[in-house]
Write a protein that binds this ligand. Structure first.
Ligand code: C5P
Length: 133
């Protein structure tokens, strides 16, 4: 089965809430809430891809040392096996604002289960609860 590498980030605000984004209409898994991120371009390391995606999707600038790896998602979809490292980030420059019309929400980790997520993302929630309560 094809392996797809996607990288994701839990941005954490001063209150310990994390940012989730809703997948827009017309995309696969539309309407589900996910941690921001995306696919790696050719020759990118995961951190570089994440810095690019966070700028493209949210308009923020993240420095590489501010990205800390937390855990991995691994989920076999029908068409591919998704491997998705999840980083956490507490410091960035600029203001978080949806650049692609996507809905955004800051939520406490314990309430993440109230938001339907792709099957790869939901198993990441316990690691965030362990980290942030
Ligand atoms: O975001 P994008 O559509 O490029 O991601 C490719 C695929 O990876 C999605 O169709 C979805 O199956 C999976 N994905 C996921 N969770 C994410 C991001 C992507 O399961 N947070």
């Amino acid at each position: 089965m094809r392996l797809l590498l996607v990288v994701a980030c839990a941005l954490i605000d001063a209150d310990g809430r994390v940012l989730i984004a809703q997948r827009p209409e017309g995309k696969e898994l539309a309407g589900l809430w996910e941690f921001p991120g995306g696919k790696l371009d050719a020759n990118e390391r995961p951190e570089q891809a994440l810095i690019r995606e966070l700028f493209e999707e949210l308009g923020i600038t993240v420095k590489e040392p501010c990205l800390a790896p937390l855990t991995f998602a691994s989920h076999a979809y029908e068409a591919f096996h998704l491997l998705m490292p999840l980083f956490v980030c507490r410091r960035w420059e600029g203001f978080v604002a949806a650049q692609e019309g996507q809905a955004l929400k800051w939520v406490f980790p314990k309430t993440l289960r109230d938001y339907p997520m792709p099957p790869a993302d939901a198993p990441l929630i316990p690691a965030l609860i362990d980290l942030l309560g």
